[in-house]
Design a protein around this ligand. Structure first.
Ligand SMILES: [Zn+2]
Length: 243
C-alpha cells in the first residue's frame, strides 16, 4: 500500500522486492515528513543541495542535472543500495517521477528474485536453470534482502549489532543441529545428478503365469537311483514264470 502520492514511491513498488520496497517506502515517507531544502549552490551542471533531516543534521546532496547522478553525505546508497530520503527529496524537486535506472540495483528487483539460482557449489547465479524449488528460491531471495537491510539497520549501534550477531549465530547453530541436508534436498540433489525427476507413481506389470506342471522330470539323486534299480530288479524276478 502506498503511503504518499509521489510517483517515485509507486515506481519503487513496481521494481523492488517486497522487503526492499518496505525500506524504500520508509525513506520516501521520511523525505516527505522531515526533509526540506535549506540551500542550493549551482556550479555548471552540478547542483549542491543542503537538506535538513529529522536529527537536525544537514545532509549535502550533489546532483548532476544532466546525468541525474546523485551523491549524499549520508552514504546510504553506497552501503545499502537504496537511495536515501535526502536524494529522494532532490529527485522530487527536480521533477523525477521514477528512480533513475543507475540507482535501481538489479539484486533488489523483483526480476532478480525470479531469476535467482545457484551453481553446483551453492554459489549464486543468475539464470533460469536451478534444481531448487520456487519456494526455496523465493525464501532465499527474501532472506538475502532482510539480512542486508537488518545489517544496515544495526551497524551504527553496538547494542543492535551485538543482538544481530547473536541471533544469526543462534540460527546457524540451530541449522547445524537440524542436519547438514534434509531428505528432500537429497532427493533433489540426486535428481539433478541423473538429470530427471523421480516419478510420483511407479507401476509394475505382474509377470505372466507359467504352467510348469508335468513339463519336465526332476533329476534323481544317487540314492534314489539305487533304490529304483533294486525295485526294477525285484520286478523282473517276479516276472519269471513260476513253473
Ligand atoms: Zn542521504
Amino acid at each position: 500500500m502506498l503511503e504518499t502520492c509521489w510517483s517515485i514511491e509507486s515506481h519503487g513498488r513496481d521494481v523492488y522486492t517486497h522487503e526492499v520496497f518496505a525500506e524504500f517506502q520508509r525513506q520516501v515517507v521520511a523525505a516527505r515528513d522531515y526533509c526540506h531544502v535549506k540551500s542550493i549552490v549551482q556550479v555548471g551542471e552540478v547542483r549542491t543541495i543542503g537538506i535538513s533531516s529529522k536529527s537536525g543534521k544537514v545532509r549535502v546532496v550533489s546532483f548532476n542535472t544532466s546525468t541525474k547522478a546523485a551523491h549524499c553525505s549520508c552514504s546510504m546508497f553506497e552501503s545499502l543500495g537504496i537511495i536515501c530520503r535526502h536524494i529522494i527529496v532532490v529527485l522530487k524537486n527536480e521533477g523525477c517521477n521514477e528512480i533513475p535506472s543507475q540507482y535501481v540495483l538489479h539484486r533488489w528487483t523483483k526480476m532478480a528474485a525470479r531469476q535467482l539460482s545457484y551453481d553446483a557449489n551453492g554459489h549464486e547465479l543468475e539464470g533460469p536453470s536451478t534444481c531448487l524449488s520456487p519456494t526455496i528460491k523465493k525464501l532465499y531471495s527474501e532472506t538475502c534482502s532482510k539480512f542486508s537491510l537488518a545489517l544496515h539497520a544495526a551497524k551504527h549501534c553496538e547494542e543492535k549489532m551485538r543482538y544481530f550477531h547473536k541471533v544469526v549465530g543462534d540460527a546457524f547453530t540451530q541449522l547445524e543441529q537440524m542436519g547438514a541436508i534434509s531428505e528432500q534436498s537429497k532427493v533433489q540433489e540426486f535428481e539433478s545428478f541423473v538429470g530427471t525427476s523421480f516419478p510420483s507413481v511407479i507401476s509394475i506389470h505382474p509377470p505372466d503365469v507359467a504352467n510348469t506342471k508335468g513339463s519336465g522330470k526332476r533329476l534323481k539323486r544317487g540314492s534314489e537311483q539305487t533304490v529304483n534299480q533294486k525295485k526294477k530288479r525285484a520286478n523282473s524276478i517276479q516276472k519269471v514264470p513260476d513253473k
